[in-house]
Design a protein around this ligand. Sequence first.
Ligand SMILES: [Zn+2]
Length: 138
Amino acid sequence: MTTRPTPPKRTLFWRGVSRACPVCGKRRLTRRVVELADECPRCGLVFERAPGHFVGAVGMSTIFTFGLILISLLLGIWVLWPDVQFLSLALAPLAIATFVPLLVHPTAKTLWASIDLMMNPLEPGEALGGYSDEPSAP
Ligand SMILES: [Zn+2]
């Protein structure tokens, strides 16, 4: 069975951060705005390589969101000091907690798939689709 070479780590990282397939670099992998496709339409890489694979992506998305919430709280306290009121302080964190996970999650998934490929390179028979965007002949 054939094995496709795993791209270098720098390439994997950049493709993961830029929401592209870590193996072939194909972009526009999302259905609607926030849902990542199950597999790459170009190379056939199944993004969820094992059950529970995306727990790491959820963790990264959560850490990023909580980091932004913490920063917004600290900035809010700094800006509103000494008249800090709960409602005015809570507006930005509530907006961040509502929208940031939705927008960040596909990127967290492709980045997590890239990190996973850095640790566990492609196995024989994985991601062996063609490099073309053209649909393959039946
Ligand atoms: Zn691909």
